[in-house]
Design a protein around this ligand. Structure first.
Ligand code: PLP
Length: 340
């Protein structure tokens, strides 16, 4: 089976397993896990921030970040199809008593102009607007990369109005490789950033939150409150550190493979790429009625040994990653072209 459902299906490589075995571990709740401490320092420096906190999942890091930036009764401005809106089980309301105001983006991307006027008046009837959340690359938007100019404009607007800037950067690594813009350049526009190691980077689990030291101290306390403080976490941290050293540059291969798949999709009548140009490792497309539903396309591909995801009635997602070679993607391309 060639598994194109998600970049979360990757399994550790032999090199990563060796790094895990060489981890120097201790009780991380006592601050004594050397590999976790090293990873936190390394990822903070990579994005030009003071400190970082390791998390078991990206979802927990997102939720803790929201809680760290906001108080109950506050409001977040976010894109309508972002991960925190669609796929975190309403966590902002549940964990933080925070409401989320959704804005329609273009393939998931917001512009500073559309946020102008979005801040609620300082009035007892109004929720307090506190935080802007961006997502880069944008998953539901199709793996789109934010133009750095848009990020800079939104950040400038937010900061001039006293709002904090947060980035859900589960796939920020892909944006860095696709744009050639380094971590520090993205880093300076945000108060805090989450990055995941378990997506395209191929680690078994783990995300990090980076930001200023006082905010990260608060996040560390909240991580305990949310039940996410772990013990000999260095085995995971060592895998993540290995992934940072060895699996970032190679994301370019995933992007090239995704373009191969996208060309095949574009050649099939009744398949429409959304968005039309694939920038990173995600390929989203709509199937029209002649192909039945997304589920029927998924089933036909599965019969040919290719696994992809159906997201809703007519929407399919494919995702290239560490465990899908060029040859695998060429095979998937042949299977796709048979729908013509
Ligand atoms: C996967 C993902 C997350 C959550 O990460 P988990 O580790 O699966 O909890 C958050 N944001 C985006 C954009 C993601 O793709």
């Amino acid at each position: 089976m060639i598994d194109l459902r998600s970049d979360t299906v990757t399994t550790p490589t032999p090199g990563m397993l060796a790094a895990m075995l060489a981890a120097r571990v201790g009780d991380d709740v006592y601050g004594e896990d050397a590999s976790a401490n090293e990873l936190e320092a390394k990822v903070a420096a990579f994005f030009g921030h003071e400190a970082a906190v390791f998390f078991p999942t990206g979802t927990m890091a997102n939720q803790v970040a929201i809680r760290a930036h906001c108080d109950p009764g506050d409001e977040i401005l976010a894109e309508a199809t972002s991960h925190i809106v669609l796929w975190e089980a309403g966590g902002a309301a549940v964990h933080s008593g925070v409401s989320v105001r959704p804005f329609d983006g273009e393939w998931g991307l917001l512009k500073a102009e559309q946020l102008a006027g979005a801040i609620r008046p300082n009035d007892m009837h109004s929720v307090r607007t506190r935080l802007v959340v961006l997502e880069n690359t944008h998953n539901r938007g199709g793996g789109t990369v934010y133009p750095i100019e848009s990020v800079a404009a939104i950040s400038q607007w937010a900061r001039s109005h006293g709002l904090a800037m947060y980035l859900d950067g589960a796939r920020l690594w892909n944006a860095i490789v696709a744009s050639g813009i380094p971590g520090k350049e993205w880093g300076r526009h945000f108060d805090s950033i989450m990055v995941a190691f378990s997506k395209g980077l191929g680690a078994p689990s783990g995300s990090a939150l980076v930001g200023p030291r006082p905010l990260m101290e608060k996040a560390r306390r909240l991580r305990k409150l949310f039940g996410g403080a772990m013990r000999q976490i260095g085995y995971y941290a060592a895998a993540c550190s290995y992934a940072m050293d060895h699996h970032v540059e190679r994301l370019a291969e995933d992007h090239a493979n995704a373009r191969l798949l996208a060309d095949a999709v574009a050649s099939v009548p009744g398949f429409t790429l959304t968005p039309p140009n694939v920038q990173t490792n995600l390929v989203w497309f709509e199937v029209d009625a002649r192909h039945g539903s997304a589920q029927s396309v998924v089933a036909k591909l599965r019969d040919q040994g290719i696994r992809v995801s159906a997201l809703d009635g007519q929407t399919v997602r494919m995702c290239t990653h560490l465990n899908t070679s060029r040859a695998d993607c060429a095979r998937a391309t042949d299977a796709l072209r048979r729908f013509s």
